[in-house]
Design a protein around this ligand. Structure first.
Ligand code: DX5
Ligand code: ZN
Length: 223
């Protein structure tokens, strides 16, 4: 499967976001990863819906919306999105997550299901028909700059096997959290396809964004 890069905007220069988005476009980044938090599902609050709509209006890079909020469907109408954008929700964020995934499809977007480090892979087993992407969290969600979850490689490999065995060999697995070049390489070997890039590899103090993107691209063999 084609490997793809998703840039985590919460890690970008928030006072110069337009510049970052332009640079990410030039660098050929595949998705803009936008973290939405509610201070309840995760203990932090970051970006919001007005920002999503403002970004959508100025770029054709597809958006990869990662909703770390309880009852995410309450917010779907607030986002102006299209068929290339992904809305990704957490398994635990609604009792009836199957219904929520169907609501994403009804909105005309791609649906993603996110699993926290401790969430069993079994959770996705009966939902594969309702999703376009599986997000395997490689840290507990909520903050940038954390350390990779110890079983991340094993979980990605198990997830890949589960999807392949179920007839979903084409379904991409996304990994989010501490995706350094080294961790990205290992997770790529385990079967990850979309890499969320934050402070560990793309938004670095000592490297230009264009150079960092190029380095990740060549290290992970992204076309
Ligand atoms: C939360 C975020 C973070 C972060 C990734 O869902 O997506 O995981 O931006 O960047 P790192 O972990 O490299 O700081
Ligand atoms: Zn995220």
């Amino acid at each position: 499967m084609t490997k793809q890069l998703s840039a985590s905007l919460m890690c970008a220069d928030l006072m110069n976001l337009q510049k970052s988005v332009d640079e990410l476009k030039k660098a050929g980044i595949d998705y803009l990863h936008i973290d939405i938090m509610d201070g309840s599902f995760v203990p932090n609050i970051t970006l919001g819906f007005d920002l999503i709509n403002a970004i959508k209006a100025v770029t054709d890079i597809p958006l990869d919306i990662h909703m770390m909020v309880n009852e995410p469907s309450k917010f779907f109408d607030m986002m102006k999105l299209d068929e290339n954008d992904i809305i990704c929700v957490h398994y635990e964020s609604d009792i009836h997550i199957h219904r929520v995934l169907s609501q994403i499809k009804a909105k005309g977007c791609k649906a993603g299901l996110a699993l926290n480090p401790q969430t069993p892979l079994e959770s996705v087993k009966y939902l594969t028909d309702y999703i376009d992407m599986l997000l395997v969290m490689t840290v507990s969600p909520g903050f940038a700059g954390q350390k990779l979850f110890a079983a991340a490689e094993r979980k990605v490999a198990d997830a890949r096997k589960l999807l392949d065995d179920a007839g979903f060999a084409d379904m991409p697995i996304e990994v989010d959290g501490n995706i350094s070049i080294e961790n990205g390489r290992k997770l790529s070997t385990s079967g990850a396809d979309i890499f969320v890039l934050g402070t560990s590899s793309l938004f670095l103090k000592d490297k230009e964004l264009s150079q960092a993107a190029q380095d990740v691209r060549s290290a992970l063999n992204v076309q």
